[in-house]
Design a protein around this ligand. Structure first.
Ligand SMILES: NC(=O)c1ccc[n+]([C@@H]2O[C@H](COP(=O)([O-])OP(=O)(O)OC[C@H]3O[C@@H](n4cnc5c(N)ncnc54)[C@H](O)[C@@H]3O)[C@@H](O)[C@H]2O)c1
Length: 273
C-alpha cells in the first residue's frame, strides 16, 4: 500500500545508502529512497563511502525526475558530517529525516577478530550515530522538527555466537543511544527510534544468502519461513519517518520474521524446499 503525499515537502539524508540502483541488489537505503520519493518526498541525500556506486545511484534518481544528490560521508568523520549537513541545507534548505544505516560486520569470534576491526565496527555504529545526530539536530529544529531512525539489528537484543561480539555490542549501544537521543531531543520536536531487522537479503548479507547451506540454516529459523527483503525494512523505516508514528520515540521496531520470539520447531512447515 502506498500513501501518495505522506512525505510531501520532506528531505531525507541516509548514511550507508549507496546500494540504491534499480538494476542491482538494493540495501535498506535504496528500498527506502525509492518509496520515499514515490510517496511525495521532496528530495534525498544519499551518502556513503562507496562514491562510484553512490554517484551512479543519484544520477539514476535524477534521470527518473527526482531531486537527489550524492555526498561522500564516512560517518566516523566529524568534518564530513558538517560538510554533508551544510551541503544538504545549501541544496534543499532543510533536513527532516536522518536514517543511520552505515555498518560493517566481521563475524569472527572474540578470540579471532582483529582489535582494529572490532574498534571500527564499534566506531561506525556508535560514534557515527552520535556525530550524525548532533550534526542534524539543530537543522531539524529549524525545519520544525524531524525523525531520526537508527538501523540496529535483532543482534542488539542478545549476546552473539555467530555475528561477532562487536556487531551485537555496537547495535545494543545504538539502541541505548537512541533512547538518550529521544529524551534529549524531544523538546526540539525530534523523534528518535531504532529498527531491529533480522536476516534480510541486501549487499550486506549476499554472501550468506547465496551460500545454500548458510541461507537454509537461517530460513529454517525464521517463523515466517523466508529471508526479509529490503522493502520489508523500508516499510518500517518510513513508518518511523512519517507522522503515522508521531507518538513513538525512543522505541524499537523489531522486524525479524519472528526469529527473536523464540525457537522454531525443528520441522518448520513454512521453510520446506
Ligand atoms: N541486511 C541485514 O540482514 C541486516 C540485518 C540487521 C541489520 N543490518 C544493518 O543494516 C545496515 C544496512 O545494511 P544493508 O543491509 O542495507 O546493506 P548495505 O551493504 O547496502 O549497507 C551498508 C553500507 O554501509 C556503508 N559503510 C560502511 N562503512 C561506512 C562508513 N564508515 N561510513 C559510511 N558508510 C559506510 C557501506 O559502504 C554500505 O554501502 C547495516 O548497518 C547492517 O548492520 C542489516
Amino acid at each position: 500500500m502506498r500513501f501518495p503525499d505522506r512525505f510531501a515537502g520532506k528531505v531525507a539524508l541516509l548514511t550507508g545508502s549507496a546500494a540504491t540502483l534499480k538494476n542491482e541488489l538494493m540495501g535498506f537505503g535504496g528500498a527506502t529512497v525509492w518509496r520515499f520519493l514515490e510517496e511525495g518526498g521532496r528530495g534525498v541525500v544519499i551518502t556513503d563511502v562507496q562514491d562510484d556506486v553512490g554517484e551512479r545511484a543519484a544520477e539514476q534518481l535524477r534521470e527518473e525526475g527526482h531531486d537527489a544528490i550524492y555526498l561522500h560521508l564516512d560517518v566516523t568523520n566529524e568534518d564530513e558530517w558538517d560538510k554533508a549537513v551544510s551541503s544538504t541545507i545549501k541544496h534543499f534548505g532543510r533536513i527532516d529525516i536522518l536514517v543511520n544505516i552505515a555498518g560493517i560486520l566481521d563475524p569472527k569470534s572474540i578470540l579471532d577478530i582483529e582489535p582494529a576491526v572490532w574498534k571500527k565496527t564499534m566506531e561506525i555504529s556508535t560514534v557515527g550515530v552520535f556525530l550524525g545526530t548532533r550534526a542534524v539536530a539543530r537543522q531539524m529544529e529549524k525545519s520544525g522538527g524531524g525523525s531520526i531512525i537508527n538501523l540496529a539489528s535483532m543482534a542488539a537484543k542478545q549476546g552473539s555466537g555467530s555475528y561477532g561480539s562487536a556487531y551485537s555490542f555496537s547495535r545494543g549501544g545504538m539502541h541505548n543511544f537512541t533512547q538518550s537521543s529521544a529524551l534529549q531531543l524531544s523538546g526540539m520536536g525530534i523523534r528518535v527510534n531504532t529498527i531491529m531487522p533480522g536476516w534480510v537479503h541486501t549487499p550486506f548479507t549476499d554472501y550468506l544468502y547465496t551460500d545454500p547451506e548458510q541461507s537454509k540454516y537461517r530460513t529454517d529459523r525464521v517463523p515466517l519461513g523466508r529471508w526479509g527483503e529490503p522493502e520489508d525494512i523500508a516499510a518500517g523505516i518510513l513508518f518511523l519517518a512519517s507522522d503515522d508514528s508521531s507518538y513513538m520515540t525512543g522505541a524499537e521496531l523489531l522486524m525479524d520474521g519472528g526469529v527473536s520470539a523464540g525457537s522454531v520447531r525443528p520441522e518448520n512447515p513454512r521453510s520446506k524446499d
